[in-house]
Design a protein around this ligand. Sequence first.
Ligand SMILES: Nc1ncnc2c1ncn2[C@@H]1O[C@H](COP(=O)(O)OP(=O)(O)O)[C@@H](O)[C@H]1O
Ligand SMILES: [Mg+2]
Length: 317
Amino acid sequence: MPNIAVPKQLTRTVISARGLTKKYGDFAAVNGISFDVPAGESFGLLGPNGAGKSTTMRMIGGVSQRTSGELAIMGLDPEQHGPEVRAHLGVVPQQDNLDEDLRVRDNLIVYGRYFGLPYSYLRPKADELLEFAQLSDKAKAKVDSLSGGMKRRLTIARSLINEPKILLLDEPTTGLDPQARHILWDRLFRLKEQGVTLVLTTHYMDEAEQLCDRLIVVDKGQIMAEGSPAALIREYSTREVLELRFGSERNATVAAQLEGIGERLETLPDRVLIYTHDGETSLEQVSARGLHPVTSLVRRSSLEDVFLRLTGRSLVD
Ligand SMILES: Nc1ncnc2c1ncn2[C@@H]1O[C@H](COP(=O)(O)OP(=O)(O)O)[C@@H](O)[C@H]1O
Ligand SMILES: [Mg+2]
C-alpha cells in the first residue's frame, strides 16, 4: 500500500486523495479521483447535480466510508483517526442541520459542547462568531425565524466553533438570493484571508470563479480538468464568446451557415455560441453573411464554457 501520510513539516498539503472511490452497489458515485489541497488554498469541486461532490465531501469529513483509494487529512486517514481529523475540520453540509428547538446562540454553544469545549471558551467564542456572521442581533431568536441566508451563516458560524484549519462547504449558497450570496461570499473571503483552507463544492460557475484559487471540474464521479479558473478558461475556451439568438426555431438551421466564423461553434436550444478571440469582428462576419440575429452579445469566456467544452452539457440544467 502506498503511504501518502507525509509528515506535515515536509509539505503544506492538508488534504490528499488518490484514486478515491465510492460505490453504491455497482454504481460508482465517485470514481477514482485524485487531488491535493495545500494549506490556505481555496479549493473547489465544480460540477452538476449528481457529479459526486457531496459524496466526496462526506468521505473527507469522515462520515462516509470510501470503497477504495487513499485519503489523508493533515496526514491522517479520517477512517482511522476520526476524532483527530474532525478536530481540524469545520463542516457545512449541503442541507442546514441546525437545531430548530434551540435559539441562535445556543446552537453554537451546544455544538461546541460536542467537541468537549468548556463554557468559559464557548460563551465569548459564540458572541465573536455571531458578530462575524452578522447575527448578533438574532442571538436570542428562534432558528425557524431566520431567513435562508441567515441560517446558512449560522451553520458556517457553528462550523467555526472549534477554530478549524480546514472548512468544508457543500454548496454554500445554493437556493439563496443574489444579495444573500454576496454577503456569504464576503464572509468566506474573510476566512480565506485569515488563512483557513476552504474546500467548497458548487454548481455555480460564478461562485467558483469568485472564491476558488484552484478547482477540479467533476462530472459523473470523475475529474474532467483541474486548474485555476483563469487557467482552465485559457486552456479550454477562447477569450471571448459571441452569443447569438435567432429565435428558438431557427438557431439550429442558422448554425450551419455560421461555420468558419471564430474558433468553434456550440448550438444550444436557445442560442448559438461562437467561441472567438474577438467577438466584435466575428459579429461583423455574421452580418456580412446576411444573417441577422434577434439579439447578440459579446462576453468573456467563463467556467460554464469550460464545462460545456469538456462535457457537451450545461452546468445547470
Ligand atoms: N446513499 C446513496 N445511495 C445510492 N446512491 C447515492 C447515495 N448517495 C448519493 N448517491 C448517488 O451518487 C451520485 C452522486 O451524488 P452526490 O455526491 O450527492 O452528487 P452531487 O453532490 O455532486 O450532486 C448521484 O447519482 C446520487 O444519486
Ligand atoms: Mg451535493
